[in-house]
Design a protein around this ligand. Structure first.
Ligand code: DX5
Ligand code: ZN
Length: 218
């Protein structure tokens, strides 16, 4: 499956040595760096913000995928774009009726845009904005923490969103995020995922190159 991209989530990294962790991911064959931004309001956890993305940008050429788990993301997209994010994804649940305008704001900032849906959000809710997206992220856990268990109903959402993408005839990446491991990675690929986020599976592995290779090839 040559078109599968592996995007390790740095939420599971050791923040005290984030620089080394980024270089380790690049040397281990990661395709994308998934940056989980959390504000403690949209999700019950706080991680990092614009400066982290800016500092990581200096260390790697890999695409940075900023997953904004924050309220009012429209107030920050330009700063994340300036900081060097290549993708900025925002939650339907945080944007609701302003989702299209937030996606447009990301595009205007010269960055690839995407929307995210939680496991209990009907994919129909984002149908109208699909043509605006460069990527669509389906959550297979409720956002806020790494190391959670995969929610199987995400497979139905993946298939529904994949159909919307194919019907749009646009080049849109389908990303899956949450609880991905060697047992379920083939299921999400069969359901249409192009980009696989993995935090705990990668950072708990003794050999990161091997686990990234297996996630890509299984
Ligand atoms: C959860 C984050 C995910 C998470 C993935 O809110 O959006 O990216 O870090 O970590 P694992 O793969 O451990 O579920
Ligand atoms: Zn994420």
């Amino acid at each position: 499956m040559e078109n599968i991209k592996i995007a390790p989530s740095i939420l599971s990294a050791d923040f005290s040595k984030m620089g080394e962790e980024i270089i380790s991911l690049e040397n281990s064959g990661a395709d994308i760096i998934h940056c989980d931004v959390m504000d403690g309001v949209f999700v019950p956890n706080i991680t990092f913000g614009i400066k982290m993305v800016n500092d990581i940008r200096k260390l790697t050429k890999l695409p940075l995928d900023a997953h904004l788990m924050i309220i009012n993301p429209e107030n920050y997209v330009e700063q994340f774009a300036k900081a060097g994010a290549d993708f900025i994804t925002v939650h339907y649940e945080a944007c609701k009726e302003k989702l299209a305008s937030v996606l447009q704001k990301i595009k205007n900032a010269g960055v690839k845009c995407g929307c995210v849906i939680n496991p209990d959000t009907d994919p129909e809710k984002i149908k109208d904005v699909v043509p605006l997206c460069d990527m669509i992220l389906v959550m297979s856990v409720f956002p806020g923490f790494g190391g959670q268990k995969f929610i199987p109903s995400a497979l139905d959402s993946l298939r529904k969103v994949k159909k919307m993408i194919l019907d749009s005839k646009k080049d849109i990446l389908l990303e899956i995020d949450g609880g991905i491991n060697l047992e379920n990675v083939s299921l999400v690929k069969d359901a249409g995922a192009d980009v696989i986020v993995a935090g705990n599976t990668v950072f708990s592995a003794s050999d990161r190159s091997e686990i990234i290779k297996k996630l890509r090839e299984n």
